[in-house]
Write a protein that binds this ligand. Sequence first.
Ligand SMILES: Nc1ncnc2c1ncn2[C@@H]1O[C@H](COP(=O)(O)OP(=O)(O)OP(=O)(O)O)[C@@H](O)[C@H]1O
Ligand SMILES: [Mg+2]
Length: 602
Amino acid sequence: MADSGFNTPYRGQEKLIVAFDIGSTQSAVSFMHAYNGSIPTVRMVTRWPGQPSGSGDSKIPTIVAYKNGTPVVCGVEAQDYVADDAYEIAKWFKLHLHPDSMKVSDQPPEYGSSETAQIRIPELPSGVTLMQVYVAFMSYIFKATEDFFAGTTPNGVAIWQRLQHDMVIVMAIPNGWDTQQQEFLKRAAIEAGMVSSDKDADLRIEFISEAEASVHYVLQKSNNQTWLRKGVMFAVTDCGGSTIDSTLYECKSAHPRIILEEVVASECVQAGGVFVDAAAYTTLANRLRGSSHEDKDQILEMIDVFEKKTKRLFDGTQNVNTIQFGGRTQTDRSYGILNGRISLSREEMASTFDSAIVRTVNSCLKLLRGHKIQHLILVGGFGESPYLRKRLGDVFGRQGTEIVTVEEPTKKAAAEGAAIWYTKQLVIGRAARVNIGIDVCPMYDQRDKGHIARRGLMYIDADGCQRIPGRFEVWITKDFVMNSDFHKVYECRNHYADRPTTLSQFSLPILAWSGDNPTQWVTDPQGALLPKMKLLCRVEGDLTPLLPSLRQRAGPNGTRYWCLDYKVLISFGGTKLKARFQWMEGRSVREGPLSVVPGSAV
Ligand SMILES: Nc1ncnc2c1ncn2[C@@H]1O[C@H](COP(=O)(O)OP(=O)(O)OP(=O)(O)O)[C@@H](O)[C@H]1O
Ligand SMILES: [Mg+2]
């Protein structure tokens, strides 16, 4: 079993993380159970219903068998129903979820053939929605994960029950997906019973791009000390069933921690392994037209063998590539069928790959435009193809780029990498990419040049003091490494001239400064936000429950005013910002929720 262990013991509350990679053709799940003092280890689910015992395969086909609109069975077991007319099969359904921006061809091919990839996405079973298919499949893999965990972890049943309502669910998704697809998956997770509500989904579901997840897998599995140095630029390409996701990274630091930064926006193109199968279908259908084998189902049987064997063996050198689809009695020499076998020539084989390869190369070239990289790391099932590797090697080798592959099969790198990614944040911490802080209003200081320049913005507060807005109070400096429980406590005091009867909404903008030199100000002397100052997020909440804690006070010059004291606790350590209020009511500490509304990405 491919286990990804970490060296640092975990310190903190017991946690369960489950990471899903629902691929177009294959899916896999990984998980990690951490408790205080344990060495976190990411494991894959390697036993699925219907799998021959001991096969240890971590991947299952992403298919659901339906009968009269009802899901009957999924994954390995559903394969038995593929040829049964009484059942309808939902397959490649992930392609229905791709946004329109991904459905069209991105650009005319610049390299090699000008053929455009065409594929017909199989229809969903009649009367069944895409949401229903996802719910059925997610319920199934979630249940199988629970069973595997319970059966392979000492005391597993009790641990799962104890942690399931707090477990973190990580989902690997294509780079090209945006919030619409994420919302879709959250809804499906609610309906599949993985989380209980919208709020619970926001809190517990994390998304990571398949490419980024793959990077974490590769770094864990490969001997990266030999090539990963500060300043090295490399690309990772996840060649899946339907999409090829590529991301360009620069290594900002290799020691003591690896810090990677995305150099440009990643690329996502539809050119995965199913396009090769689709091209092979067309080739065979053309060849067999008029023969006793022209029937669609017979050709699909041939494609099944082609997909599992012929395609995977092809490295560009074989002149004869056989597809053994039937019994010895099946011979039709005029159509090249001999003893249940049909062969494709080297040229025919190569042409089935052409369109997918052209698009993959174009997508990588687009990503690398203007950048020189030493390494292109290939992961994903289609990335195992010796022919694809060779063709990519031909193009990128000329540019001095080495194609790197990991020795262990990378077909499900995204699933394992997604859990590794989350676990790393727990045990290693995350480096701040920018300076993070807030906008505060200090008392006017007539000796401070910055204050003098902003005199025009000065105002008198309810406590009678002169204040200047726009001062940047830095909470976290760039590159500071935050561990999982890192949080900031912000002490707030709101001033009111008269006793308020209602309290307004609390809203605290959290700002990110991406400039190279530190800044003391958020705004320029005219009050305009500095160009490199961005809104990271806004922490918001209802102050009404704090009304009873209002107190009257006197300002430095005797002005009486009302004030509200409370603390805002913001945790930065995980992958997501979380915040809550804390205030005193009499002698007891009270707490309330705050929501975090994302601002522009930094
Ligand atoms: N050795 C191989 N040679 C060629 N193709 C292969 C090989 N092994 C697997 N494949 C192909 O890889 C594809 C599956 O890869 P993978 O499991 O990474 O995709 P996926 O996660 O289902 O798809 P996506 O990431 O696009 O949603 C299939 O099309 C399969 O035929
Ligand atoms: Mg994939």
